[in-house]
Design a protein around this ligand. Structure first.
Ligand SMILES: [Cu+2]
Length: 287
């Protein structure tokens, strides 16, 4: 027995990579940067621990039964075959567990569907293979597609090492820019086939269908750049239509928006770096 344990311990030790490599990969879903993503993560962890607890209890009973009622100790098996009391217990406990998990889950689901009091509405349309962002009340719209460097490197026999490209396949030419601490309502649709708009750090993913409008919302509480992807197989370039959301401070966002509006739709198509520079210049002027 001790020998087996030693082998198991050695096998586990062999599977655990060195510290740095281990820190680099993440097994769990991200906590995210929105109130919804944190709630979803909390539910996920709560359910996980409930499952762990159930597994521990069930396996403990099984292992105890195997050891305590083995044939050498109990050569003559018991003959009972029914217990109403046990039947009631093992029906009521799982129901209580399910209801206990369903109540907070339903609360979060209702919040996810609550589009009231949104402060910014953006229509997002999926195309084969890019996204179109339309700020409905601000008159700003632009296409967002895989950045040129990634696109060049991904071509067959391009001779470009993808490792030399920053955020390979996860960068776009025009980022979806939103203000921090603002309830952003996203209307999702498609112009051709089914796509899905997904940003893991927002805990949000929803399908974009032609002829339908789906809704999601998020309120990011930390400025930064958050990356996602199309999550619905939409054709041969499905892997090449990333989502990049840039959360800016409210001042930076309105400067960015003004620059976009001043330059018109045409200019909205320019590279994000240019838009950034314009926004920074506007902020500098304002100060
Ligand atoms: Cu797609």
């Amino acid at each position: 027995m001790l020998k087996i344990l030693k082998y198991v311990a050695a096998a586990i030790a062999a599977c655990v990579p060195a510290g740095a490599a281990f820190a680099a990969w993440e097994l769990n879903m991200p906590v995210g940067v929105t109130e919804l993503s944190r709630e979803i993560h909390g539910l996920h962890m709560m359910v996980l621990w409930v499952c762990v607890l159930i597994a521990v209890v069930v396996f403990a009973v099984i292992i105890y039964s195997i050891i305590a009622f083995r044939r050498s100790k109990h050569p003559v098996p018991a003959t009972f075959d029914h217990s109403t009391k046990v039947e009631v217990i093992w029906t009521v406990i799982p129901i209580a567990i399910l209801v206990g998990m369903a109540i907070p889950a339903a609360e979060t689901l209702i919040k996810i569907e609550d589009m009231r009091d949104s402060e910014l509405t953006v229509k997002v349309t999926g195309y084969q293979w890019q996204w179109h962002y339309d700020y409905l009340d601000e008159g700003v719209s632009f296409f967002s597609r895989l950045d040129r460097d990634s696109d060049a490197a991904r071509q067959l026999n391009s001779g470009i090492d993808p490792n030399t490209i920053d955020n390979y396949l996860l960068e776009v030419d025009n980022r979806f820019v939103v203000p921090v601490d603002t309830k952003v309502r996203v209307l999702l649709t498609s112009s051709d086939v089914a796509h899905a708009w997904w940003v893991p750090e927002f805990g949000m993913k929803k399908d974009a269908y032609p002829g339908f409008v789906n809704e999601i919302w998020f309120r990011a509480d930390k400025p930064g750049v958050y990356r996602g992807q199309c999550a619905e197989l939409c054709g041969y370039d499905h892997a090449f239509m990333p989502v990049v959301v840039e959360v800016k401070s409210k001042e930076e966002f309105s400067a960015w928006l003004q620059a976009q509006q001043a330059n018109g739709t045409e200019a909205a198509q320019v590279a994000d770096s240019q838009a950034d520079n314009a926004a920074e210049a506007a902020v500098a002027r304002a100060e």
